[in-house]
Design a protein around this ligand. Structure first.
Ligand SMILES: [Zn+2]
Length: 266
């Protein structure tokens, strides 16, 4: 693992990326990294992740008590949630939490990103579940996330945001990028009126690649059930249902045609 100074610089760099990409607003979001079996580094609370400097990063123990750091800054209010991940997952060394707009929209809509859609996403984050809502900074959040971190390194937090885990800080952050990128593309496909889901055989071939390349982390196997056919649209424009035109009866077409013709003849 990188030394403490290098990790602090990485916190600052990744904080800038998170803020610049719009994954957080104002002072939202937090990150931690495991230094050893007694110490963690955490981002400070109440500071924009885009404006962090290395002296703001705080060292805490696995009960959340401050070990060292500039006394002007306090640890992230969500450090409990991070510590719980480290206790449950000895293979994980870094945790990133943010509120990227597209994946958080799915979390707000209550729609998990569980379909097999993009090869990289299937391999890296798999089926992404939604953890039940919990009041931020309380035990509710770790309690509701716990069942999911056993099987997944990327989790949506209901009406809140997202959490990603990694063997190091960069891999935890990259999973957040993959999660948001996937959510953005799935959102766009839904707007276009169709979401093609990869079949089971292709999913299995992709999952075999995980084994072949000895990829770390845990992914839940994604769902290959096709989305409803065009007869049962997944989007509607409101008055006119673009994907459901095949259901318009001959009688309706006849009435519309007669109405148009009568107007033209006036
Ligand atoms: Zn949050």
């Amino acid at each position: 693992m990188a030394n403490e100074w290098e990790l602090k610089k990485l916190f600052v760099d990744i904080g800038k990326r998170i803020w610049t990409r719009g994954y957080v607003a104002a002072n939202d979001g937090n990150m931690t990294v495991r230094l050893n079996d007694k110490e963690l580094l955490t981002t400070p609370t109440g500071i924009s992740k885009g404006f962090m400097t290395t002296d703001m990063i705080i060292k805490v123990d696995y009960d959340g008590n401050v070990i060292s750091g500039n006394p002007k800054y306090r640890p992230s209010s969500e450090v409990k949630m991070h510590i719980d991940v480290y206790k449950e997952r000895p293979d994980i060394n870094a945790v990133v939490h943010s509120h990227p707009p597209y994946c958080t929209s799915f979390a707000v809509a209550g729609i998990p990103l569980d379909k097999c859609v993009l090869p990289e996403a299937i391999i890296v984050i798999g089926s992404v579940p939604i953890a039940k809502y919990g009041l931020p900074s309380t035990d509710e959040l770790p309690d509701n996330i716990r069942p999911h971190i056993k099987t997944s390194d990327a989790i949506l937090l209901e009406n809140h945001g997202a959490l990603t885990l990694g063997t190091d800080l960069l891999s935890a952050y990259h999973k957040m990028e993959t999660l948001e990128h996937t959510a953005h593309i799935v959102w766009n496909a839904i707007q276009l009126g169709n979401l093609n889901v990869l079949p089971e055989e292709e999913r299995d071939r992709l999952m075999n690649l995980r084994d072949k390349y000895n990829l770390t982390g845990r992914v839940a196997v994604c769902d290959t059930t096709p989305m409803p056919s065009n007869d049962t649209p997944i989007v509607s424009t409101g008055q006119v249902n673009l994907m459901n035109t095949s259901k318009i009866s001959d009688d309706t077409i006849r009435r519309i045609t007669e109405s148009v013709l009568s107007k033209l003849n006036k």
